[in-house]
Design a protein around this ligand. Structure first.
Ligand code: CAA
Ligand code: NAI
Length: 245
């Protein structure tokens, strides 16, 4: 019960890695807010989580500033505080630079980068007004090394590392730790759009010899969210089987 009595917001918590994090956090005693754009799946996930603990679904497009503020307010209204924010919501819209549309650039930057700014701005305020807290951001191996066909996504994930390091310096004195996870290619719906040839290449380049699974990433979020990581601040943790070595 490493998160007993903690209140955690998981953006993009309806499915994929976010759902895995929500499930693990419930097992560890947290109350969870599934904050997702997808109302149907989000509600289903919250209903499942409620079989083992306490969870609510709040519909939010993290790129919408007012909606992000309302999501944080709803959390406090329902559970009284925010202890942990997992900025996990993210999207891809891949394409070579010469073919990338302005819409594809804007969409990915808006969700993956502005969304992290939006949710953190309001959640950090609540954390600072109470007992402090933890913010964990989702970068990627692509945010460390770039990747062919991912101009927009790489920019957003490098940006998230900048936010992490800045907030780690700015907020630690107010009791808020900020860290970042950089997963390798991980088995979720996000990989559906990636050609098999590329996935095989990534797998072969990974010393551990496989793609990531949702549990691999969720376990890392749990560690960094827990008091076991109370002296870890501003870290970028690759969880990728050694892909970036
Ligand atoms: N490395 C090396 N070569 C690559 C490549 C890569 N990552 N991506 C594409 N290429 C090569 C292709 O193999 C192909 O070569 P051949 O002509 O010799 O076969 C050439 O570039 C053209 O590729 P496509 O025919 O696929 O071109 P397209 O315009 O239809 O599509 C693309 C371009 C959208 C970039 C597509 O290739 C693609 O989806 N690539 C994968 C991008 C990727 O890795 N995305 C990761 C998404 S998951 C994620 O982002 C999570 C995370 O954090 C890791
Ligand atoms: P996914 O596509 O399986 O799930 C993403 C979730 O985010 C969905 O529930 C979706 O509805 C939600 N979402 C999308 N846009 C949203 C928005 N504007 N507002 C609120 N919710 C929104 O993705 P996955 O694979 O679980 O990825 C989670 C995070 O991990 C993302 O930030 C991704 O970039 C990152 N990541 C994923 C990797 C992978 O290989 N799967 C590797 C490295 C990082």
């Amino acid at each position: 019960m490493r998160l007993k009595e903690k209140v955690a917001i998981v953006t993009g918590g309806a499915s994929g890695i976010g759902k895995g994090v929500a499930e693990l956090f419930i097992e560890e005693g947290a109350k969870v807010v599934v904050a997702d754009y997808d109302a149907e799946t989000g509600q289903e996930t919250a209903d499942q989580l409620n079989e083992n603990g306490e969870a609510i679904f709040v519909q939010v497009d993290v790129s919408d500033t007012e909606a992000a503020e309302a999501m944080v307010e709803k959390t406090v209204e329902e559970f009284g505080k925010v202890d942990i924010l997992i900025n996990n919501a993210g999207v891809t819209a891949d394409g070579f630079l010469s073919k990338m549309s302005e819409d594809a650039w804007d969409k990915v930057i808006d969700v993956n980068l502005k969304g992290v700014f939006n949710c953190s701005k309001f959640a950090a305020q609540k954390m600072m007004e109470s007992d402090g807290g933890v913010i964990l951001n989702a970068s990627s191996v692509v945010g460390l090394y770039g990747n062919v066909g991912q101009t927009n996504y790489a920019a957003s994930k490098f940006g998230v590392i900048g936010l992490t390091k800045t907030w780690a310096k700015e907020l630690a004195g107010k009791g808020v730790r900020v860290n970042c996870i950089a997963p390798g290619f991980t088995n979720t719906e996000m990989l559906d759009a990636v050609p098999d040839k590329i996935l095989d290449k990534m797998k072969n380049k990974t010393p551990v010899g496989r793609l990531g699974e949702i549990e691999d990433i969720a376990n890392a979020y749990l560690f960094l969210a827990s008091d076991d990581a109370s002296f870890i601040n501003g870290a970028i943790l690759p969880v990728d089987g050694g892909l970036v070595l």
